[in-house]
Design a protein around this ligand. Structure first.
Ligand code: DAT
Ligand code: MG
Length: 152
């Protein structure tokens, strides 16, 4: 089953939007496999954002993601990466469509509330930075048939 790493970034925590944002993922039927409230160290941020090293916004990005506590989650469902990216919307709230998380909760060009892995390769790289395989909880939701099923 596909998994993705989601981070509710420092602005989401400070603006007390954790519940509102998680609700979007829950309402979509995406299953929570792991969750941790933590502060990301500079070292961890460098590993997470290694692909952006050298870009003009890299230092700002590291300052932002380490500036306060974050809520890190793993979501699991078939197609979860594409679905969660659509729920999040375009990178910054100023461009994101209404109805998306970034489009509904912000208009900043620097703070964008949430991170989500952008591919299976990214998820496979990012998830082990935050969780061991033991910490990913496998279980069935009682309504999985209705959430993920098709008429037969
Ligand atoms: P996304 O978060 O939509 O996957 P990304 O992976 O291209 O976007 O960039 C990672 C983060 O870096 C993004 O959430 C915010 C920051 N960022 C990206 N482009 C930026 C830019 N042009 N100026 C400032 N920050 C930027
Ligand atoms: Mg990205």
């Amino acid at each position: 089953m596909e998994r993705t790493l989601i981070i509710l970034k420092p602005d989401a925590v400070q603006r007390q939007l954790i519940g509102s944002i998680i609700t979007r993922f829950e309402q979509k039927g995406l299953k929570i496999a792991a969750c941790r409230f933590m502060r990301i160290s500079r070292e961890l941020a460098e590993r997470h954002y290694a692909v952006h090293k050298g870009k003009p916004f890299y230092e700002r990005l590291l300052r932002y993601i380490t500036s306060g506590p974050v809520l890190v989650l793993v979501l699991q469902a078939a197609g979860v990466i594409a679905m969660s990216r659509k729920l999040m919307g375009a990178t910054f709230g100023c461009d994101a469509e209404p109805g998306t998380i970034r489009g509904d909760f912000g208009g900043s060009k620097g703070f964008n509330l949430v991170h989500g892995s952008d591919s299976v390769e990214s998820a496979d790289y990012e998830i082990p930075l935050y969780f061991t395989e033991n910490e990913l909880v496998n279980y069935e939701l009682a309504n999985e048939h209705w959430l993920y099923g098709e008429e037969e």
